[in-house]
Design a protein around this ligand. Structure first.
Ligand code: ADP
Length: 727
């Protein structure tokens, strides 16, 4: 190869090498630039990481310092808590799940009086051991071993009951131990010595108060006896005096004595009842009774009072409610007397109505009875309504101050109602009237309707003539409930026209401008033959009326459901011939023999005067012994027996008489006469063999009733016509 070629080749080779070099250099440069970029990115990352590290380190630092602060706080709180636990009077200790003490405050440790072994770490078993060894607790009759076992059982129970223990120094502590979820136990010890002493003092005070209360009751029983005995003389004599011939002035004096004595008796009875209830001495005597009759008797008694004031006294006894219940009729009568008495006392015009409704859940179940006494009287201001049920509380305003009363009636009434398990309430509006309501649960003593409610089929329409709105509405409702179609009017004017469409006229006696008898005469004259029933507050006076035969029946107001239904049932058939009067008995051979045992001279006089109109042979005994002797010698047909008598009291004499009778036929009624009014006395008295029971002051009517009830056909009837309405 030529040199030129070689040179050219060499140059080409060099050029190629130079190009390669250039290329490599360019590549190197690119790599370098990449590397530079990467290095820059790395260094940026390092800076960031460093920053983060610094932040984390700062946070760490802050957390550490926060933790220190928190720790300090916890320590302070713990110190304070412990300090508090140390300062409280109650003992606190903590035990772990193995029953080892973790900590205890000084009050808890104080019981151990500085025993060094009692410190954190000691077990509960060791503590019990120490207590018995050192005699720290008065363990009573238990053996130390028995006591420790008992306490340990208690400790291990899931929820230990609080335990009161007596310490050697007569201090009492209550242990309350609570188990936590992880088995720890917190033990609380409270010193209850003061409380126990206080309880003992209270018990002692209560015992003394009860003794004083018993003494008070006994005192009241005696006082009642002492006061009632002379009251019998005062009232009895005043009663007898009113029957004699007196001039007007004397009559006024005697009536005043009687009223004052009666008022005094009411007060004595109120105070007595109140203290009996207070001393829990009042016992209810349950027996079957007729509620409707009870209300009627009461209303009959109060009728004169209502009539004097021109008030209508009405009874609205639910027609579909049974009338016989089980309860204490005496106390129910007392409640109603009180409420009815108040209603009449505080009402000057309008009416007083006793309403009885009730529901019986099922046959044989108790009936829920609602009794309400509604009046149209002075009412009670709203702010006094609660007040009136309190003792000696009265609405003290000019209007009511003029009324007499002790202010005990409602208080006793409320207590009696509550004693019967019932409720009492009042709704009242001043100058409009009051309604006192009572609810009582009473067992029914008679199922279903007491009356045959079947009226004769021809009685379909009744015409009611009644001027008073309330009475008219009541009668309309009652007759409607009996299935009658009722037309009502308030004045007699329209009656002759309306009568044509009626099967019976039921007419109040007192009508505007005329009375029912005049109306009856007018109806008969106009040719009406339908039956006429007259309602009168004084039915007795109509009996003498010349036109009495024009009407079929005269019913006493307030109307008894029995009377109304009975009369309407009897109106149906043509009147039967009156049952023939019983054949004349041959004259009985002897008078009834009555023996009365009474130690008080005045009361003997009262008794003899009260029965002087009777056809009887009366003998007196002055004590129980004499009564027994006379019982054997005169063979009385009835004995009246005072209970408190010298030598032999009435109960003992009765027992002696019953013992004499034991060997013979017959049973002579013995009627107790007693001034005792405490509950419980009557039970004891009846237990001695007494048949009946009269409380002093005696009422002539009750004595006469007892005597008449005891009469038999072989005796002359003791009551002549003159004494039929005695009392
Ligand atoms: P007393 O009637 O002996 O005063 P109560 O306890 O029976 O005592 O009655 C307390 C008071 O309640 C009465 O004094 C009277 O102010 C008021 N009060 C009771 N019933 C009625 C009534 N039906 N209407 C208006 N006020 C009444």
């Amino acid at each position: 190869m030529s040199l030129a070629n070689k040179l050219a080749e060499e140059r080409r080779g060099r050029l190629a090498a130079e190009r390669l070099l250039e290329q490599k250099q360019a590549e190197l440069h690119a790599a370098n630039r990449k590397l530079g970029l990467h290095a820059r990115a790395l260094s940026h990352e390092i800076t960031e990481t460093r920053q983060e590290v610094r932040t984390v380190r700062d946070e760490n630092q802050r957390v550490k310092s926060d933790l220190t602060v928190a720790n300090e706080k916890v320590e302070i709180a713990e110190r304070r808590l412990w300090h508090s636990i140390q300062t409280i009077e109650d003992g606190f200790a903590f035990f772990d799940a193995d029953s080892r003490m973790i900590a205890a405050n000084e009050a808890w440790l104080a019981v151990f009086d500085g025993l060094e072994m009692v410190r954190p770490g000691i077990s509960y078993v060791e503590i019990l051991q120490l207590i018995t060894e050192e005699g720290i607790v008065n363990i009573g009759d238990r053996t130390p071993q028995g006591w420790r076992e008992y306490m340990l059982d208690r400790w291990h129970s899931p929820a230990p009951e609080p335990e009161v223990v007596r310490l050697w120094n007569d201090q009492y502590i209550r242990l309350t131990d609570r188990r936590g979820a992880d088995g720890d136990i917190v033990s609380l010890v409270q010193n209850i010595t003061a409380m126990i002493r206080y309880e003992k003092d209270l018990q002692e005070a209560r015992r003394r108060a009860e003794a004083a209360n018993r003494a008070k009751s006994a005192f009241l029983a005696n006082m009642s006896h002492e006061i009632r005995t002379p009251m019998n003389g005062v009232l009895g004599m005043a009663d007898l005096l009113t029957e004699g011939s007196l001039d007007d002035e004397q009559r006024l004096y005697v009536t005043t004595i009687r009223h004052s004595a009666e008022a005094l008796l009411v007060i004595i009875n109120d105070v007595l009842d109140y203290s009996k209830i207070e001393a829990d001495k009042l016992v209810l005597h349950r027996e079957p009774f007729d509620l409707e009759r009870c209300i009627h008797e009461l209303v009959t008694l109060m009728q004169a009072n209502a009539r004097d004031k021109g008030l209508d006294l009405l009874i609205d006894y639910d027609l579909f409610l049974p009338t016989r219940f089980e309860g204490d009729p005496g106390r129910i009568r007392q409640i109603l007397t009180n409420l009815l008495g108040n209603a009449l006392k505080f009402t000057e015009a309008g009416h007083v109505m006793i309403r009885v409704t009730g529901v019986q859940a099922a046959e044989g179940a108790e009936a829920d009875i609602r009794l309400s006494i509604e009046d149209t009287g002075i009412g009670i201001p709203p702010d006094k309504v609660e007040h009136i049920f309190g003792e000696f509380n009265q609405v003290d305003d000019a209007q009511s101050r003029k009324f007499e009363g002790t202010g005990l009636g409602l208080s006793i009434t409320q207590k009696l109602v509550r004693l019967m398990g019932g409720e009492i309430w009042v709704e009242s509006e001043q100058d409009v009237g009051s309604t006192f309501g009572i609810s009582l649960l009473l067992p029914v003593a008679e199922a279903g309707m007491p009356e045959d409610m079947q009226l004769a089929p021809h009685l379909g329409r009744a015409l009611v003539v009644q001027p008073h709105d309330t009475s008219r509405a009541l009668l309309e409702r009652q007759l409607g409930a009996l299935g009658l179609e009722v037309t009502a009017c308030d004045a007699p004017g329209a009656v002759p026209d309306l009568a044509a469409g009626a099967d019976v006229v039921i007419c109040d006696h007192a009508l505007p401008d005329m009375n029912a008898m005049d109306l009856a005469a007018a109806l008969r004259e106009a040719g009406h033959t339908l039956p006429i029933v007259v309602l009168s507050a004084n039915s007795g006076s109509i009996a003498q009326h010349p036109a009495r035969d024009l009407v079929q029946a005269v019913l006493q107001k307030p109307l008894a459901r029995r009377d109304l239904i009975g009369t309407l049932a009897r109106l149906a058939p043509p009147p039967d011939a009156e049952p023939a009067p019983p054949a004349e008995e041959p004259a009985p051979p002897r008078a009834m023999r009555v023996l009365a045992a009474e130690d008080n001279k005045t009361n003997r006089l009262v008794f003899s005067k009260m029965v002087q109109a009777l056809d009887i042979e009366l003998s007196f005994a002055e004590n129980g012994r004499e009564a027994v002797a006379l019982f054997q010698s005169i063979a009385p047909d009835i004995v009246f027996m005072d209970i408190s008598m010298p030598e032999m009291d009435g109960k003992e004499a009765t027992r002696a008489i019953r013992a004499i009778e034991d060997g013979r036929d017959g049973h002579v009624p013995i009627v107790a006469m007693t001034a005792h009014a405490m509950s419980g006395d009557d039970d004891e008295i009846m237990a001695s063999g007494i048949d009946h029971y009269l409380t002093k002051p005696l009422k002539r009517a009750s004595i006469v009733t007892q005597i008449c009830d005891a009469a038999t056909p072989e005796m002359r009837p003791p009551a002549g016509a003159a004494v039929q309405d005695a009392g």
